[in-house]
Design a protein. Structure first.
Length: 544
């Protein structure tokens, strides 16, 4: 079976962002578009002949068709073995685990994460390297460079594979294994957490949980772990069926897009823990009875209590957080006398720190938390961590948070997203603010004073690589911060993200609503950046 060489011409828009290539379904389905990008991945990664490649996705529209194309191209390009999730499904953390377990050359994950699905929705492809983590910038730069010069791609002409059952196939010289997408991941979770204790509490109704899978890829994983292995009652996992359009909903686990779960958790007789995950299973939202745990607080609380969980009982080597994430984790690290690293947004920046053994836990304010068990953020892992803490501490989520704030102080925190902005005005807003940074130090901002204003740049402590223009920081003399950055995870227009935080050490002042506690800072930030006049928006699209 000889590969067919297909002539093609480059597309100019195939530059991967922080989470791979994300485009509309209509864009990806153009003739040669998907094939060009996949061939560019293979061309930019020499030495893959005879090696193993992991393939899977979040089940969104065009997932199965794209996998069939990738399989035939991988075989034509000389991969010796392909590992594919049944029905083409793999959560992103499960794919990371499989890459590491099988010592694969890498993996292709088909997902646009929390972006909408369906024929008019979004699609994404991400390449993960042999450590299981997202490709670093030097790799994505090489892929992009190749995509702009590509002249042909390689393809095998063969029937589509049956991905509906566990099976072994052969395509030319390539062995193909269709595996259970859940089993290996579930075993990994059992090695980290006290399943016996959680099962005792959940099966006897001493502890209750409600998990919203949002009709995304975590449905099968949550059913297996939460209901079958941990014994939670049937119905504890909701919207578990994986649908190509996510049921017409937005698979983003936040207060705006998981309203049904929020209503449940703020109602009478709410469960002890509420949680949701996103399209590909790497993000999480945590709720207690009548309370929301910000991702920044979640990272800090998990770190402060990690010794209560079997997989982390020996202690933490360090913590890392993305720059826009609140400084709550920094205070825990200082108390534990371990380092805390501040990185740019994008999970790939944690990879070197994890591989070098510098950190154990890491997280981002964008509902991502993880550890050294894989090289991706992991939504269900975070939910199981919280369940384990609740089973051990025998206290409600709200009480755990209040005790944490009394010890470390509370970092009031919020993120305001202005979505689908016209690109040019959004970029001009950032450029104008960038030009003013040097003159802002010492200026008054409402009732506060600006201590320092700069643009975050990062030098990787492991390999020395540099990342610049990673967000504008306005640091205040009282320890508060305003951060502005343009997001790269959407497929239409621009999203301006404004992050605001203020530290409150006084217990008597810690129970305010964050929007009320930060009201003056929110207005000061809007005024400083001239958001309304620049964008025409009086209010943000989403507040978290």
């Amino acid at each position: 079976m000889k590969p067919r060489i297909v002539q093609t011409t480059p597309f100019e828009d195939q530059q991967p962002g922080t989470s791979g290539l994300r485009k509309t379904v209509r864009t990806v389905r153009q003739p040669h578009y998907l094939e060009n990008f996949v061939q560019s991945i293979f061309d930019a990664q020499p030495g893959h002949a005879g090696s193993t490649l992991v393939i899977g996705g979040d089940g969104r529209y065009y997932n199965r068709e794209a996998i069939q194309i990738i399989v035939k191209m991988a075989a034509a390009n000389g991969f010796g073995r392909l590992v594919i999730g049944r029905h083409g499904l793999l959560s992103t953390p499960a794919a990371s685990h499989l890459i590491r377990k099988h010592r694969a050359f890498g993996g292709i994950i088909l997902s646009a994460s929390h972006n909408p699905g369906g024929p008019d929705g979004d699609f994404g492809l991400k390449y993960n390297i042999e450590n299981g983590g997202p490709a670093p910038e030097k790799v994505t730069a090489a892929i992009f460079a190749r995509s702009r010069a590509i002249e042909h791609y390689r393809m095998l002409d063969a029937p589509d594979l049956d991905l509906t059952g566990l099976a072994e196939h052969r395509l030319g010289e390539t062995a193909i294994e269709v595996i259970d997408p859940v089993g290996d991941y579930a075993e990994l979770m059992e090695s980290l957490f006290d399943f016996e204790r959680m099962h005792l509490q959940l099966s006897r109704a001493r502890l209750s949980v409600r998990f919203d899978a949002m009709h995304a890829v975590t449905g099968p994983y949550a059913l297996e772990l939460i209901e079958r292995r941990l014994g939670a009652p049937s119905g504890s996992v909701q919207r578990a069926e994986v649908l190509p359009d996510f049921g017409g909903h937005h698979p983003d686990p936040n207060l705006e897009h998981a309203r049904a779960l929020v209503r449940t958790m703020y109602a009478d007789e709410a469960p002890d823990l509420g949680a949701a995950s996103d399209g590909d299973g790497d993000r999480n939202m945590i709720l207690g009875r009548g309370c929301f745990v910000t991702p920044s607080d979640s990272l800090a609380i998990l770190a402060a209590n990690a010794s209560r969980v079997p997989g982390y009982a020996r202690g933490l080597r360090g913590i890392a957080r993305s720059m826009p994430t609140s400084q709550a984790a920094d205070r825990v690290a200082a108390a534990l006398e371990i380092p805390c690293f501040e990185t740019p947004t994008g999970w790939k920046f944690f990879g070197n720190l994890l591989d070098a053994g510098h950190i154990t836990l890491c997280g981002e304010e964008s509902f991502g938390t993880g550890s050294d068990h894989v090289r991706e953020k992991d939504g269900l892992w975070a939910v199981l961590f919280w369940l384990n803490l609740l089973a051990v501490m025998d206290q409600p989520v709200s009480r755990i948070m209040q005790q944490h704030w009394r010890r470390f102080g509370r970092d009031f925190y919020t993120r305001h997203d202005y979505e689908n902005l016209a690109l040019e005005p959004a970029m001009r807003l950032m450029e104008d603010l960038r030009a003013r940074l040097a003159s802002l130090e010492g200026e008054r901002l409402g009732n506060r004073e600006i201590h320092r204003a700069d643009e975050f740049a990062y030098v990787d402590p492991v390999d020395g690589s540099e990342s610049t223009r990673q967000g504008i920081r306005i640091r205040l003399t009282d320890g508060g911060r305003i951060i502005l950055r343009l997001s790269g995870t959407g497929t239409a227009g621009a999203t301006l993200r404004v992050y605001l935080e203020s530290h409150e050490p006084r217990p008597s002042h810690q129970n305010q609503d964050p929007q009320a506690a930060l009201a003056d800072l929110i207005e000061d930030a809007r005024s400083l950046a001239n958001i309304e006049s620049r964008t025409g928006r009086k209010t943000p699209s989403v507040i978290t």
